[in-house]
Design a protein around this ligand. Sequence first.
Ligand SMILES: [Zn+2]
Length: 334
Amino acid sequence: MLKLLDQMALSAGAPLQVGLMAVALAGIAFVTFASLRRFNRPQRPVTESAGAAACRPWTPWRNHHCTRPAPAAGDGHGRARGEEAGQLLGGVSAFQRNTAPLVRDELARLAREGQRPTQLFLTCADSRLVTSMITSSGPGDLFTVRNVGNLVPPPGADAACDSVGAAIEYAVEVLRVGSITVCGHSGCGAMQALLGSSSAPPGAQTPLARWLRHGRPGLARMERIGQLGRGEVALADRPVADDVERLALINVMQQLEHLMAHACVARRVAEGRLVLHGMFFHVAEAQAYVLEPGSGRFLAVRPDDGTPVAVCAAGPAAAPEPGKGGVTEALEAI
Ligand SMILES: [Zn+2]
């Protein structure tokens, strides 16, 4: 997690070129997709044709390649039929042209030696959550599981939900990762659906509705502790915005408990070989928060956080020794 939070701090604050220098100095061969693209791309003006939005990093589809005005006829989202496929193919083509030559050696090494990620990162499928961007990670770094609502079905909940359990088992037993991070985010549609489901009339049990039942323990937890959730969950530097944000935070804590219900996870945590972390990413703020050990407070990761200020070690929360926080102990276990 130390490495992960180092990466997040770098992502949050340092100019990309400075980040590249730091990466190079550290002897790490790989740099991120966007960094490479920006680093090697001839300097372009930050604005394109008249009427186009400003060019922003990490939004190549919208601003680097697709600056045509939105078509009049489309699917109701300002997109013409067939445009999506063109965007995807154009992006893949750009990868082959610009990035593949730069990462081929590193990918060849990973292919030859096999993956050895040290961290399992479990987050929502939301398109605004770009895991490699917010962690400044690249190929081989994160074993990633994504689903609607960053949910972790408890073991035995339903054989149809073995996908997440299988990934957890593989990461813990085969890859022997040292940490698992559950990351929620602001504006999560799954949290909105859960909040709306309690008052909605019973409807057809679609796959989405069935899947979201794994978020119901978090919803029940929030309802138990009251609308404001005081005393259990908070952001350190500002009030929790609304119920959607509150449920997203509580859901992270709840899913960490679901993780601990998996035998392989509980065993490795007890052995001191695995640490669990909670994280929340606020999309509009471009700000990551990490769950403080033994509390429900999510602390903002700062650009200069060379060492992490907080992570959540699930399971029994030991009181930190004077001068040595639970965070430090957790990190030393990795
Ligand atoms: Zn989501």
